[in-house]
Design a protein around this ligand. Structure first.
Ligand SMILES: [Zn+2]
Length: 600
């Protein structure tokens, strides 16, 4: 059996890198892949047979004979046996460091769990580490809070207090909007009966006013602030685990959508060790609450100076060219922090006869005021930095588009490449504005499926019209938008084939159960070619890499993957089962599946 190559930059055995026997003839290719279904994502989405690589770049795409003409003595020739080869995947919005560190934590794996399963899994984590000091927090991650079984089961400290440990426990929801503590944890966090809710946060209380153990939004900080920051070694382990996960999924470039110097230091360290196996882009948070836009952007400019490594080259490197801005929170319950144009609905009826009517809240005011956003965009344009704006609700989207429209007519604003991330609800009047203002929506396709957080509550508190247009992937596409993909890992597991399947079908996994069968709303899915373009060329565009990456064309960098099946030939539901057999970055093999049927 072949051993799996774990995310390392490995030159292909026997590859010739500097052979040039005849001065007149061009040097032979290092690599030729032939007999394949080479899906190029060029302007016509053309499909070719073969591809040749020299010095990390694509030197030929076309038919077998043409590629073989470039083969020389030291050329490694791979027979694809008809398999699909396509550009490396580009994830335009993820959180690799928290994703990687969660792989190292006690994880509930996003599973819907009964109370006893929930308890058993956490007890197992405690039992694995019996030598831990009694004061050390057990951090549990990837808890699918809305999926607790039976539906509506309220999680409280009591569920954790029965576990055999004296340690404080914190269980973090995968959504990132709530944590559950045991009673020891509540005591350490200083949460008492008379503790007031912090601004923008909530201590969930029972009918008698006692804290139940759940802390929401900003209240999470009362406990999160007590966790020691990751050590240098833990940061390295996290980024290393992240890169490992990426190469297995065929991701060859990514944007860390909210980074910090510790994370970039870890990636830079791995790079020095020859272990940076994906092209790394980083967005630094820019907040509105500074004296001026220039002051708000200053920290980003400083970090760019420290960590940005200049233009893209063959070997993976680091770029810091993006600002992360938040315009709102999330439309999901119980947060309701997504900024909406019309109010959230509230139930004014009874349990027997619900009556959903507009309530008092349409979410918070945009986190940036209109003038603050304009000023920040202008400053970013001046600094040559692109804005990556979190905008989840339709009002956050509208206000962001308005500000971008205002800046587009300025000299600096013309050149910006703004992204709106998430955009779960967009007012139909704004659909065409993505194309006309050249704004890229970066969407997490896997959200467009029936799930506890979509078909249940969402339908009630948005009302039928807004619900019908939720996750408007194909609607934006039809309006001419350049839709790109971002996984938002680890909000969900990193499972690219599943996400691409949901984009096409808007259905959950069959294992999700009967209550989540069928499609999310009657909206169409995305055409398959648009799905692949979203995670290649369109994502490349958001990173200003479209002239170097995102498609298989002569002169571009040789970032590509080999799949076990043809994405276009399998049945809709089977897209989720497609596996990556090889990942190649800059002409170097960074991942080879252990699968005995793998291309070699
Ligand atoms: Zn995110």
């Amino acid at each position: 059996m072949r051993k799996t190559v774990l995310c390392a930059l490995v030159a292909f055995a026997g590859a010739a890198t500097h052979l040039n026997v005849h001065a007149a003839a061009p040097a032979p290719a290092d690599l030729v892949y032939r007999n394949g279904t080479v899906y190029t994502v060029d302007t016509r989405d053309s499909v070719q047979q073969a591809l040749a690589v020299r010095a990390g770049r694509i030197v030929y795409v076309g038919h077998n004979a043409g590629a073989m003409r470039l083969a020389g003595k030291g050329t490694r020739v791979v027979d694809l046996q008809g398999r699909m080869l396509m550009p490396g995947l580009i994830d335009a919005h993820m959180h690799p460091q928290s994703g990687g560190s969660r792989l190292l934590n006690c994880s509930l794996d996003y599973q819907p769990l009964t109370v006893s399963q929930f308890q058993a899994r956490i007890q197992a984590c405690l039992d694995r580490d019996t030598k831990a000091p009694q004061r050390r927090w057990l951090v549990v991650v990837n808890w699918f809070q809305q999926g607790m079984q039976p539906q509506g089961e309220a999680a409280t400290a009591a569920l954790l207090d029965v576990l055999k440990t004296a340690r404080p426990i914190i269980v973090r929801s995968s959504f990132g909007h709530s944590v559950l503590l045991n009673t020891r944890g509540l005591a350490l966090a200083g949460v008492k009966r008379d503790t007031p809710d912090p601004a923008a946060g909530k201590i969930v209380r029972d009918a008698g006013g006692a804290a139940t153990g759940l802390l929401e939004d900003a209240a999470q900080d009362m406990a999160m602030g007590l966790l020691p920051p990751l050590t240098v070694a833990e940061n390295l382990a996290a980024s290393s685990a992240a890169l490992d996960a990426l190469c297995r999924q065929g991701i060859t470039s990514f944007l860390d959508a909210w980074t910090d110097p510790e994370t970039m230091t870890a990636f830079a360290t791995l790079q020095r060790r020859g272990r940076l196996t994906a092209r790394a882009h980083f967005a630094v948070l820019v907040k509105p609450d500074k004296g001026s836009a220039r002051a708000a952007v200053a920290a980003l400019v400083k970090q760019r100076k420290q960590f940005d490594q200049g233009p893209t080259r063959v070997l993976p490197s680091m770029q810091v060219r993006h600002a992360k801005l938040f315009m709102d929170g999330v439309i999901a319950a119980p947060a309701f922090t997504g900024a909406l144009l019309a109010p959230y609905l509230v139930d004014k009826g009874t349990a027997a006869q619900p009556d959903w009517q507009p309530g008092a809240s349409n979410g918070p005011p945009g986190y940036f005021s209109a003038p603050a956003l304009r000023a920040t965009l202008a400053e970013l344009a001046r600094q040559g930095i692109d804005p990556h704006i979190h905008a989840d609700g339709d009002r956050a989207v509208r206000e962001s588009l308005d500000a971008i429209e205002g800046e587009r007519i300025t000299r600096g604003g013309k050149g910006l490449r703004p992204v709106l991330a998430h955009a779960e609800i967009v007012d139909p009047a704004d659909y065409p504005r993505f194309a006309s203002l050249d704004v890229t929506p970066v969407l997490s396709f896997q959200w467009a499926k029936p799930a506890p957080d979509t078909v249940g509550a969402l339908k009630d508190y948005l009302g039928p019209a807004r619900y019908a247009a939720v996750e408007p992937q194909a609607l934006l596409l039809d309006a001419g938008a350049r839709v790109a993909y971002g996984s938002d890992w680890p909000v969900d597991p990193l499972d690219i084939p599943f996400a691409l399947k949901v984009a096409v079908t808007r259905t959950a996994a069959p294992s999700a159960g009967e209550e989540f069968a069928g499609r999310l709303t009657s909206q169409p899915g995305m055409p398959r070619s648009a799905v692949l373009r979203a995670i290649t060329m369109n994502a490349a565009y958001t990173l200003r890499q479209e002239s170097r990456l995102g498609s298989l064309e002569v002169g571009k960098l040789a970032d590509f993957i080999v799949l076990d099946r043809n994405f276009f030939d399998v049945a809709d539901e089977d897209i989720a089962g497609i596996r990556v057999l090889q990942t190649v970055v800059g002409g170097k093999l960074v991942y080879q599946a252990a699968d005995p049927g793998a291309a070699r």
